[in-house]
Structures are given as structure tokens and as C-alpha cells.
Design a binder for this molecule. Sequence first.
Ligand SMILES: Cc1cc2nc3c(=O)[nH]c(=O)nc-3n(C[C@H](O)[C@H](O)[C@H](O)COP(=O)(O)O)c2cc1C
Length: 388
Amino acid sequence: MSAPFGSYQAEIYLQGLNGVVPPFTTDAGALEESARQVLEPGPFWYVAGTAGVGATARANREAFDRWRIVPRMLRDATRRDLSTTVLGTAMPAPVLVAPIGVQSILHPDGELATARAAAALGLPMVLSTAASHTIEEVAQASGDGPRWYQLYWPNDDEVCASILGRARAAGFTTLVVTLDTWTLAWRPHDLDGAYLPFLRGVGTAIPFSDPVFRAGLAQAPEDDLTAAVLRWVPMFTGTDKSWDRLPFLRQHWDGPIVLKGILHPDDARRAADAGLDGVVVSNHGGRQVDGASGALDALPAVVAAVGDRIAVLFDSGVRTGADVVKALALGARAVLLGRPVAYGLALGGEDGVCHVLRSLLADLDLTVGLSGHRSVRELTPQLLHRRP
Ligand SMILES: Cc1cc2nc3c(=O)[nH]c(=O)nc-3n(C[C@H](O)[C@H](O)[C@H](O)COP(=O)(O)O)c2cc1C
């Protein structure tokens, strides 16, 4: 039986008897505005911004709005168990912390704070290749917490193999290969401020601490930052890979491998045929192809194509417990939480991330129960109604 996450609600109300209110908002819709008040425009827009005019990010939310939950009554859902296991990773609820790069622009503790908060709750954290702390530092902060590693696939095979070897050695179990960001999209919010952290050597801790990457430099990154940046940036962006390169990853990763950024069922089928272990249905939160399908709109066809063969995970637009219920009911095995975690980090470091995660889990727990269910396995499409 997983922890009764809904008890965060009682905890908050009881604190209120002492005149104490939560340090951060519990309203998922208000987090972005709260974070805006504590961040400089560059970092704020790096998180809140989208590709183009934001059509895909809007589509993500609209897709959730099209589905409505139809709660069932008198089914004794007082005791609930949200726990699940995905690709061998046990988790107290089907929620992972999405890979988010350059977290030190939001809080000095960056990924370390996120790792501690996720581990305290037992939720898996997916560490980005674009992290501002090293693989080993994040592993230490994560302790016994479950952790997956997200790869931005470098063009240099030796550097790639070295990074993968480090991640495996540091206890990262599943590899998440992000396919939709082999180059950055047109992101006006960042362009207008000419803000790209990587060019300033932020979000480069993993390559800069990598022995193979460092061996390819005339001088260490500490001595010549520009040269190191100019070697890394073209190495991890600018070149698309093809399906025939996937065996390389299999050779260098002996755990499960998941492809992130899948929207088309044919790509999902191809991943299953290629022997991959899962996909993340995602449009990168609307940060890549503007005018793309809302991610939730793409989920049912992917589940229909491969849901019985490989694990289908989901992200892009998840904000509330009801959102998680909808994605799970449509066949996702688990969801990844993105921007809300970044806003929590900005607002209060580890405490902020912890609050955001506990709020989502409480909301999820209560919504599962109030809709008449006791476990996430019971959530099926029959729970949902699609608005005309
Ligand atoms: C600031 C920011 C940085 C991100 N960095 C990465 C990254 O390094 N690797 C990756 O695979 N996805 C990255 N993502 C995408 C997330 O993993 C996830 O797909 C996205 O946030 C989901 O959309 P949502 O936050 O609107 O729900 C990033 C997203 C944001 C907002």
C-alpha cells in the first residue's frame, strides 16, 4: 500500500489552525505566475516559453479539456494504492520527474534539489544530459531514490559511450533517448532575449566532467570555456539520427531503453519492432514543433499500436491529478511532470519541488478515490467521456 498522498490536504488544513498557510500555492494553474515573480526574465521565459506562437502548448491543454471524468459512486474507495512498476522501476505513484535541463538557472541547487525531493517521495527522477550538475553529484543527491537517465545523443560515439557508462555506474536504470530536440526549434521568447544558457557554459556539467570529452580538448573547460562550449554544442545538437543507429545504444546500455518524443503510431510500432522497451508520447511541452498535435490527442493511437508490447509513458501538459487520471485511463503507464517541477524549484529549491510533487500526488490520490477507484490499474477509457 503506497503512502496516503491525499493526507497532504489534511496536513495543510490542520496547519491552518495555527495560522500557517502553505509556503507556495497549491493551485497548479498559478505556479507559473508565482515563479515569474521570483525569476529574471531570461530563466523564466526559458521555462515558460514555447516554440513559435505557442500553438502546441495550447493544444496540450485543450486536449486534456476535451476529456471529462465520469465518477462512479458507492464503491468504497477510501483506501487506495497508486503504486506501480514501470520497466522494473517500482514507484509509489505513476509519476516521474521529467528531464529538465539547466536547472541551476532556477535555483543554485538545481538538479540536486530536484533529486532530493524526488527521492524523498520515492518518485523516479529523469536526469537530463543538459544538467548543471554532474551525473555523479545527482546520483549522490538521489541516494537510494530511483533514477533514469535522459540522453541528448552526442555525435561523438566515444563521448556518448562514456556518458552512458557513467550513468549506468551511477545507478541510473532506464535510458530515455530524446528524439525531438536534435536541434532547437524557433523559440521567440528566448531569441528576443538572446538567451541560451549552454553558450554561457550552463547546463554543460555532464560533458565538461567527462574524461573522454575532456581528452578531446586542448585546454580544460575551466581554462577555456569558449572552446569547450564550441566543441559540445555542435556535438549534441544539429544532427538528426536514424533508426539504424539504435543498436549502438543497445550495445552501450544494458537496461531498458525508452524513446521520448513519439507522436505517430508508426514511429511507436517501429520502436517496438526495433526491440525498444518503451516510448514517451510527448511534444516536449510545445517547445519544438509549433502547430503539432496535442500530446494527449496522440496518446490513444500510440497505445492502440503498441500498448500491449512496450511501455507507453506520457508527458506534455500534465498539471493536475485529473490530468494524470486522464492520461492513465487512455493507456499511459505513467506520466512525467515537467514545468510545474521547474516552477517549484524556482520558488523554493528542494522544498518547492517537494511541495509541487506532494500537491500533484494528493490531487491525484483524491481524484482517483472520488472517481470511485482504488488503484491506478482500474483506470480505463470507460472512466472518460469525450466532449463533442
Ligand atoms: C525548461 C525545460 C527544459 C527541458 N529540458 C529537457 C531536457 O533537457 N531533455 C528532455 O528530454 N526534455 C526536456 N524538456 C521537456 C520535458 O522533459 C517535458 O517533455 C516537457 O516539460 C513536458 O511539457 P510540460 O512541462 O508543459 O508538461 C524540458 C522542458 C522544459 C520546460
